[in-house]
Every structure is written in C-alpha cells, then in structure tokens.
Design a protein around this ligand. Structure first.
Ligand SMILES: C[S@@+](CC[C@H](N)C(=O)[O-])C[C@H]1O[C@@H](n2cnc3c(N)ncnc32)[C@H](O)[C@@H]1O
Length: 372
C-alpha cells in the first residue's frame, strides 16, 4: 500500500503529526497549515521535511486543496474561546451560559451535517488521557469519519463514546465502567458551564483549602486507582534551572487556597491550559516536591498568621510548576520532540496548552483505519 497522503490543518506544534507517527500507519504529511509563527517554528524544528504553510485555512483555495490530493485530513481547530480562565464572571449569568453552550454546540452540528451530506460515516468521542492510564485529565471531543463505502471495524453509534471501541463491537462493559469513572474525574471542564459559582463565605463545608470533602474524596479515589500510572514516571530527573519553576511568593500568598496540589506518587493532574505558569487559577496542577510534609500541616490555621509566617508555612511544601517537558510527556510527545532554543518557557506552556494528547490521536487513527 502506498503511504497515505495526509493534510494536517491547525497543525500547531504537530501533536497530530506525532500521533500519526505513533500509529505506525504508512503515511506522509503532505502539508501542515497554521497561522501561528511561534507554533510553526516548533513544528519546523521537529518536522523539517514537512511542507509548512504559514497562512489561514480560509486563505487556501479549493485548487490548492485539490492539488494536495490528500487521502486523510487531520485537524484540531481552536476550542471555543471560553475556558476556565477569563470568563468566570460572565458564566455566572445563566443567559451567558446558554449562549456559550450554543456557541459550543453549533460548529459540531455543522460538522456532522456536512459529513452526512458528503456521504461520510462518523463516530464521536469524549476522551481523556486517563482512559489510557495517563495521570492527566484533558477531556476533549474527538470525531473520526470515513466514507460510507468503507466500513468501521466497530459498530458506530450516535452516542458520544467515552472510551475506545473494541474491534468488531461496541465498547466493552468494563471499559465503559472505567471510562465513566475517568470522565467523572474530568468534570472540571463541563462543570464550568453547568455549576453555579461557589461562594466560600456562605458555604461551611470547605476543608482547609477551598476544597469540599467530595472533591477531596474524588482526588483520593483517583490516587488509589492503580490502572493509572503515577506522575513520577513523567517527571524530569534532571531539571537544569529548577528554581524558575518554584511558585513565586506572590502566587503562594494569593492563590494558596485554590492550588491543585499533586505529589510524584499521585495518579492524577488537572488539565494544563495555555495560561499555565503564568495564571494560577484553573490552569493546571502544581507539584509538591517536599513529599515528607503533610499538606494539611502547611495549610493549618493559615488565616490566623502573618503574611510572613504564611509564606514560611506554604514554602515547606516546595511547590513547583511542571516543566514544559513534563507536560509534553503527559501529552505523549516522544522523547525526541523538542523546542527550538529561543522558545521561552511561557511560549512552551502556551503551545502545549493548545495541543492535544498524542496517544489518544494515535489510537483513534488506528481505530479509524482498522477494517473488518
Ligand atoms: C487547538 S490548536 C491546535 C494544536 C495542534 N494540534 C497541536 O498539536 O499543537 C489550534 C491551532 O489553530 C491555529 N489557528 C487558529 N485559527 C486558524 C486559522 N484560521 N487558520 C490557520 N490556523 C489557525 C492556531 O494558531 C493554533 O495553533
């Protein structure tokens, strides 16, 4: 079989390209397209032989698309512009919430309608890396499609699958079970739009951090789930300038109560977004490196002590950000994947925050191309 000709749109740093390579399907990326020049530098650095077009998708003519004679299209368009950060005030208004929901759902409806009109069969998924045993929540919508005349190796359904299908059948009951657990662990994404905002002053059920007993219990049950690997497998052994990753005093003082703290032995971490390392709230977990210190002792009676004492107590945990390489590891980027030297740490976080889980893409490509 001659290699598939693949077009990669919204290519970013090439998460899809890495997924394609991991799937081991004989394929060649005939063009990658993205407007972001920083992302493109990273892409070029890792895939120097792939033709890379720095232009908008809408600026590509039909003839240019046709001339590429591609067999497969891989794309991850930008998410809707509402994430946990930036809109928290607005989404408290139910009207804004429903409007955002419609914005979210519309492109999907359009996509599905267009696919059906063009004679494609498709399957939709809601998947997080946790379903592959990776200790990171990153719940994302995925869709795979192929022409009607080509059968899928599993029975497609109009349900959103929350796990990978098994060959020649639907999702097995055990995987369905595990995925619902995993998806529950990922509710941070969905709850932003559906839960009323919490007012810690009115709610007495918070523990020492702004964490309810239910949240704590959920985190503990994730940490006890031995089907998920521990974070230490993804950590760098030798970090050059580690000091740049420790949380600065002002962040500790200001955001101590809302940090999501994990340890190397944890089997979970929250979704790393593009603001990671810069904004604190809701952008991703931080790593407690002093593992012999109890979080509860560092947080005990924090509100009764001076700022200086508060800082001293919190500093005992030695909390740091995950490095870009560690996030790349959790996203499944291969060890040889790198960033050009001039890329700043902030740019790396931003680009990785926009990217996706390579292992999920690899597996979906395999599922897509499997035949009876
Ligand atoms: C969700 S990210 C894709 C990430 C990519 N899969 C990766 O692994 O890094 C979306 C990308 O679309 C690009 N983009 C957004 N609008 C675009 C447009 N109109 N034309 C081309 N690229 C666009 C952004 O620069 C961004 O890199």
């Amino acid at each position: 079989m001659s290699p598939l000709r693949v077009l990669e749109l919204y290519s970013g740093i090439g998460g899809m390209h890495c997924g394609l390579a991991e799937s081991a399907v004989p394929a060649e990326v005939v063009a990658a397209v993205d407007v972001n020049t920083t992302a493109n530098q990273v892409y070029k650095y890792n895939f120097p032989d792939t033709p890379l077009w720095t232009k908008t998708i809408e600026g590509i003519s039909l003839k240019e698309f046709d001339d590429l004679a591609f067999d497969m299209l891989l794309m991850s368009p930008p998410c809707q512009p509402f994430t946990r950060i930036g809109l928290q005030g607005d989404v408290t208004d139910p009207r804004a919430r429903s409007f955002l929901y419609i914005l979210d759902i519309l492109p999907r409806e359009n996509l599905v309608t267009a696919l059906l009109r063009c004679g494609y069969r498709y399957q939709e998924f809601l998947l997080s890396p946790t379903c592959l045993g990776i200790p990171n929540s990153r719940l994302r919508y995925f869709l795979i499609a192929k022409l009607q005349k080509e059968e899928f190796s599993f029975q497609v359904t109009n349900q959103l699958l929350e796990d990978f299908p098994t060959c020649f059948g639907l999702v097995s009951s055990s995987t369905t079970h595990s995925s619902s657990r995993n998806v529950n662990a990922d509710l941070d994404l969905k709850s932003t739009l559906s839960d009323p905002p919490r007012d810690p002053k009115q709610d007495t059920s918070f523990l020492y951090k702004l964490e309810t007993p239910e949240e704590l219990e959920r985190k503990q049950s994730q940490d006890n789930d031995s089907s998920i690997r521990t974070l230490d497998e993804f950590l760098e052994k030798n970090i050059g300038d580690i000091n740049q990753y420790f949380l600065p005093s002002r962040s500790l003082l200001r955001y101590a109560l809302i940090l999501d703290i994990v340890q190397p032995s944890s089997r979970r971490s929250t979704c790393f977004t593009k603001g990671y390392g810069h904004y604190v709230e809701g952008t991703g977990s931080v790593l407690q490196t002093a593992t012999d210190v109890e979080i509860s002792s560092a947080y005990e009676a924090l509100e009764t002590v001076t700022e200086e004492e508060k800082l001293a107590k919190l500093s005992t945990l030695k909390m740091r950000y995950f490095t870009p390489r560690e996030i790349a590891n959790l996203h499944g980027f291969p060890p040889q994947f790198g960033f050009p030297e001039k890329t700043t740490t902030k740019q790396c976080y931003r680009l990785l925050g926009n990217s996706l889980n390579v292992h999920i893409v690899a597996k979906l490509i395999t599922v897509l191309l499997q035949s009876h």
